[in-house]
Ligand binder design. Structure first.
Ligand SMILES: Nc1nc2c(ncn2[C@@H]2O[C@H](COP(=O)(O)OP(=O)(O)O)[C@@H](O)[C@H]2O)c(=O)[nH]1
Ligand SMILES: [Mg+2]
Length: 472
């Protein structure tokens, strides 16, 4: 922009002379997009499909109409020249294993990507012609543009630590213990709560006690997640340690000690560890992350949460709402991490689990979950990264119903799937009366390996258009 501005002011000769330099400075831009979501939200699958479809677009296969529209040159032709994966070079973060994940999905017995809590990065190089007419001759002098699209996959659980940053140990402990006492969680934390009751507030610092308490507390978090589908579980790194693993400073737990803990007390040790944990998260994750990745995609498994029952849904909604609220604060410049977040797209994943006619209700459910995200710059989309079903009609008890058909994972025969209706919000009491179930894992359709054909998806083009359409 600066360079174009100066050229516009009439420094034409200088422009011609400095063509080489200008080309280098202005023709390569880097866009940094972070893809996040709680575990199993569909991040890995989303990225594989996004890359597959972008590479295909570069070869002239248009499966991304909303994005293609942003690339139009005004005369019906695409300005896109090519899309390629950038060699990793000296990248510090592990590379996102695109080829391996695609090979798994495209195998004779297709399988979904393996679970990982490690962040992974991959960069695409998008080459395109400039818009004609906007900068006219100068534009053609400047030549092609090259956009480096950095794509990062990282666990959304870590964002759950953002609200902890301004809290002191006392406040965090009080709120966390209050939550643990709620009927929805009490059963999972019994052993931890019994342990707590036996530790006097003024107990002396003892490594064995600190470690034991940490393990019991973490076990309560793990059980709440696995057995009840809860997601509002702090600290985020306890269940998703990521590349840093477990270290002594993490061996703390919520604890109500004296206001001013004495030197050498357990309360002081736990408080110091809590503060170190926050400082670590800030230094190793929040600061590098938010100062770099200013465009974010938050994937939400709305259906998984909705059909896991009221407690699981409300807890997931709370987690997503907290994430949305911290993005909003970041966008308004209230978080001290440097560069502002410019765009956030919230997307419901696995939208192929419900028929075409239920898509609007699904999006409403997402918007309800991500309520505080109404700041300018946030948008919402429905995504099926890998379409595993087809919509069709059936008759149940004499009443016609629109449902989806797909193959359950591990099976071969096509089956009808009826998840039931998506409720409107606020959810009517009667909705929660039905039995809970886990979203069935579906078999991915047969996918051609290599570069032959893009993965069949829906909605990825809308996400991309919202996310990067403004700079294409
Ligand atoms: N039917 C369907 N299932 C999906 C889709 N995306 C993800 N899944 C399912 O969700 C699981 C978790 O996805 P994954 O990308 O590994 O989640 P991550 O933990 O957020 O990286 C996969 O193993 C699939 O079973 C989709 O577009 N359609
Ligand atoms: Mg993953």
């Amino acid at each position: 922009m600066d360079i174009l501005g100066r050229l516009g002011a009439g420094v034409r000769d200088a422009a011609t002379a400095a063509m080489g330099a200008v080309h280098q400075i202005s023709n390569v831009e880097t866009l940094r997009v972070a893809v996040t979501g709680l575990s199993r939200a569909g991040k890995t699958v989303f990225l594989v499909s996004l890359i597959s479809n972008l590479l295909a677009l570069g070869r002239g296969r248009d499966t991304l109409p909303a994005l293609r529209a942003k690339l139009d040159d005004g005369a019906g032709r695409s300005r896109l020249i090519s899309v390629a994966i950038e060699p990793s070079g000296t990248q510090l973060i592990p590379r996102f294993p695109y080829e391996e994940n695609l090979a798994g999905l495209a195998g004779a017995t297709p399988h979904w990507p393996a679970f990982t809590d490690q962040p992974a990065l991959i960069t695409l190089i998008i080459r395109l012609r400039r818009r004609s007419g906007i900068v006219g001759m100068v534009g053609s002098l400047l030549g092609e543009r090259e956009i480096r699209l950095e794509l990062l996959d990282y666990p959304g659980e870590w964002l759950l630590d953002l609200p902890m940053l301004p809290q002191g140990f006392g406040q965090w402990s009080r709120e966390t213990l209050h939550l643990l006492g709620q009927p929805s969680r009490a059963g999972f934390a019994d052993e931890f709560l019994r342990f707590l009751a036996a530790v006097p507030p003024s107990a002396a610092a003892d490594e064995a006690v600190a470690q034991h308490g940490f393990r019991l507390y973490r076990e309560a978090l793990r059980r709440a997640k696995e057995e009840q589908g809860l997601r509002w579980l702090q600290p985020g790194r306890f269940l998703m340690p990521g590349p840093w693993g477990e270290a002594p400073f993490m061996h703390f737990f919520p604890f109500m000690g004296p206001e001013q803990p004495a030197f050498g007390s357990l309360a002081l040790l736990l408080r110091d560890r809590f503060e170190t944990y926050k400082a670590e998260m800030r230094r190793n994750f929040f600061e590098p992350h938010f100062s770099r990745f200013n465009r974010q995609v938050v994937l939400v498994d709305v259906l998984g949460a909705l059909f896991a029952g009221r407690t699981a849904f409300e807890d997931s909604a709370m987690a997503i709402r907290e994430i949305a609220a911290s993005y909003k604060r970041e966008m308004q410049g209230a978080l001290p991490f440097g560069r502002r977040i410019e765009r956030v797209v919230f997307a419901v994943t696995k939208a192929d689990h419900v028929p075409d006619q239920a898509q609007a209700a699904l999006k409403q459910a997402l918007m309800h979950m991500a309520q505080p995200a109404d700041a300018a710059g946030s948008s919402f989309a429905n995504v099926a990264s890998v379409i595993c079903t087809v919509s069709g009609d059936t008759v149940v008890d004499g009443i016609p119903e629109r449902i989806v058909f797909g193959v359950p994972l591990g099976g071969t025969a096509r089956k009808a799937f009826r998840l039931g209706t998506i409720p409107t919000f606020p959810v009517h009491e009667s909705f929660w009366g039905r039995p809970y179930f886990r979203l069935p894992a579906l078999r991915p359709p047969l996918i051609e390996a290599g570069e032959a054909a893009p993965i069949a998806q829906s909605g990825i083009d809308v996400v991309l258009a919202e996310l990067i359409g403004d700079v294409l």
